[in-house]
Write a protein that binds this ligand. Sequence first.
Ligand SMILES: Nc1nc2c(ncn2[C@@H]2O[C@H](COP(=O)(O)OP(=O)(O)OP(=O)(O)O)[C@@H](O)[C@H]2O)c(=O)[nH]1
Ligand SMILES: [Mg+2]
Length: 569
Amino acid sequence: MTAQPRGASPPVCEFLQHLRSVYRHHTEVHVREITGPLFSLDLAINALRDLDSRSDAPIHVTVLGPTQVGKSTVVNVLVGREVAGTSPLAGFTRSLQGFGAHLSDRQAAAIRSSLLPAQASPALRRLDAAEGGLTAEAHAIWDTPDFDSHGSREYRNVVTAVSAAADLIVLVVSKEKYSDLTVWQILELLYPLNRPLVVCLNKLDADRELLRSALQRRIEESRYRDRQLPICDLNYVEGGDLAGLLSDPQTQRFADTVRKMLRAQPLTARREGLLRLLDEHWGQWLRPVHHERHAAHRWQQTIEREIEIAVETYATQYLEQSRHYGAMNRTMVQLLALLEIPVLARPLAGARQLLTWPMRKLFSGREAPEVSSVDVELETLASAFEHLLTSLRRNISEGVAGNGHDAVWWRSVARAFDVERADVEQAFAAEAKAYQQAFSAEIERAARALYQRLSERPATLNSLRAARVTADAAGVALAFKTGAIGVNELVLTPAMLSLTSFLAESAVGTYVNSVKADLKEQQRDRVHRLLGDICTQRLTRLTTRLQDDRIFNVGTAQLHEIERLRRTL
Ligand SMILES: Nc1nc2c(ncn2[C@@H]2O[C@H](COP(=O)(O)OP(=O)(O)OP(=O)(O)O)[C@@H](O)[C@H]2O)c(=O)[nH]1
Ligand SMILES: [Mg+2]
């Protein structure tokens, strides 16, 4: 496959921005360290943007370093005049400031729109020809805030924008600061980008050689041991006077070294650097995303397991209970309706007698037939579903209590679950009822099939008609015809049981049993599907729209797509 850098980088960049926006809501201290995900994500996002805005870009020189080492002073040295404010107060420079020379209007506009979008005040100052600059080429020199002072956490991430844009980085250190942890953390972070780098050892007076060799040793201990890092000394000048500094030959040597290294870094080297940076940090950035994926996977598995348990409950407490198994009773009623209608008159008298009390109960002075409060099937379904929800809630609580990397995710699921639960229960009750109604068609089909089979066995049909059970059943069929049946299966049970067993022992017995087994299997399947659908729609999806700023909510498909795009950068 051919690489498509332009196509892949916006979505990858967007993805990293999403990660960054979520990480910003994380409160753990390490998230905001230089070694944490926020700082490296910032660098990577800026490096991706940089790669897309290279055409016509000027050369960028970025001056980095801890506080008070003399960064702003070094910027002034490179520009050749006092442009950046300096101060003996730590953390004096708090935002980026760039000094551009020979920039076209387009270049200046591009810098302002792409490099400094987060900064309110225009931080790019264009120098005119008389004000100097490093070379005759278009370039920008960047003074940056420190990354080590107490308050620098609030502003130091801007350093990443000009580090990513840099064609040359000048790292300024002093004898007090050269071995500070943050200096080496920043260097470590920038290492994969492989930008040309000069180390400027500022404010040197006594012990020059000692300091140089100590710095050299520190470099040897770092990843930079395999790179030739030029080290330039700047002398300590009384009063920090710029004119004094500029006239020092040591300062001139430093400026010459920088000038010699001023060359736009080739695009291929920048791309390779970016890919190395992504490789080094991808695992760290994505770790909590994977924790969420694992938790979501566990959630899905739990739901599936609980669905199986609920179906099993439905089967053992309803389908396998002859007394309660309404579908077969309803089939029998339908069958009787088919059987008896032509000969209804005779058994009707007996049936009335037999069914006096239930009929009275069914129609006692009411206009509409009384709806039974007991519908065993719906009750069984409701209680199985209730049990499923309770088990799921227990599982969520375990996730929260586990206090692992996924605890935030589980807490968020807990909130969403509790909000939705009543709604889900209602939806299930409605769906269960709809399923039951829809299943009437299957029952009718089963009754017709049975009737067909009986019609082929006139002897059985006749003995059935002659049987006493028919009298019970005819009345039941009548009740069914009048609309009361199917709502009170308790009333029907004894009559139905005797009819069913009569049929089961007759010549069509095997067939009856297979109809029964088939009905059960269909019901089991449908209930399985019903539970699966409602759980997918209401419980699995619940976790894909969690309202929590600390949740990454990256789906597996999205993750695969980003991994694929990353490889095409
Ligand atoms: N005496 C003397 N003072 C210097 C020299 N270089 C820098 N300074 C002083 O050191 C102090 C800090 O210098 P800055 O250039 O402001 O340092 P910085 O790294 O930009 O500091 P922040 O912006 O606070 O991070 C200022 O008071 C400078 O005048 C030098 O060679 N000699
Ligand atoms: Mg400064």
